[in-house]
Design a protein around this ligand. Structure first.
Ligand SMILES: Cc1cc2nc3c(=O)[nH]c(=O)nc-3n(C[C@H](O)[C@H](O)[C@H](O)COP(=O)(O)O)c2cc1C
Length: 220
């Protein structure tokens, strides 16, 4: 695909087919994500990909923890809320997404079901975790963020679906155990990877973007 087509093709996929993604393809996507710039070429990011029975077991662990209301202890503190325009956009996303999912404002049960489905990686056959070394500059998060984005774009280029899912990093102990992630690495985020379910209405949802002039000032 042309670069612009890849940018258009990527979206957060929230329903997957069970069909696996081969290890060879996963290797290609991660190799693409390594092409990003990093501070001083330090390349702090590491990637752990898990599929099959192990991924299934991890999705069950995470879903069980969420369902039981277990205390979350993410390696990197997660936002407790947003302010101003950020909060407006955050709310607008939730509203549009719930509309597409056919979940009413007061339907607590369905909302909870959808929230729990995050921990199941929306049924994705592969979970891909990105980590950074502990005790380094906060800029390592920027570097690994670039890696995550490039990974998602590379997947879109192959017709695959991805969703960056904060929920997958809310219970790092389960992830660390299942994926043998060392204690001196911080789990930043998990990404769901797989073939998008073409029949799922939610996969037709596209999020809005701010007007360019709200974001950009060209100074002369
Ligand atoms: C750090 C991060 C965490 C996210 N966590 C979640 C999540 O827990 N659940 C979810 O459905 N989407 C999650 N997303 C996806 C965003 O909602 C999505 O990227 C945003 O709404 C823009 O939509 P798009 O990816 O379809 O372009 C996350 C994205 C990022 C970058």
């Amino acid at each position: 695909m042309e670069f612009k087509e890849v940018l258009e093709a990527r979206y957060s996929c929230r329903a997957f087919l069970p069909e696996a993604v081969s290890d060879e393809v996963i290797r290609e996507l991660v190799a693409a994500s390594q092409r990003i710039p990093t501070w001083g070429n330090t390349q702090p990011g590491k990637v752990y990909a898990v599929s099959g029975a192990k991924a299934h077991a991890l999705r069950i662990d995470l879903t069980a923890a969420a369902t039981a209301g277990q205390d979350e202890n993410p390696d990197i503190p997660m936002p407790q809320g947003f302010e101003g325009r950020l909060m407006d956009r955050y709310r607008a996303l939730g509203k549009s997404l719930f509309k597409v999912l056919g979940i009413g404002r007061d339907d607590r049960e369905k909302r909870r079901e959808h929230y729990t489905n995050n921990f199941n990686a929306f049924g994705a056959p592969t979970l891909v975790y990105f980590t950074v070394p502990d005790r380094q500059s906060p800029y390592v998060i920027m570097d690994v963020g670039a890696m995550v984005s490039t990974f998602c774009l590379a997947a879109a280029d192959q017709g695959l679906g991805t969703c960056v899912i904060a929920a997958l990093a809310r219970y790092p102990d389960a992830v660390r155990t299942r994926l043998a992630i060392p204690d001196d690495e911080k789990i930043v985020i998990g990404v769901a990877l797989g073939h998008p379910d073409p029949a799922a209405e939610v996969n037709r949802f596209r999020s809005a973007r701010e007007e360019l002039d709200e974001v950009l000032r060209v100074l002369s």
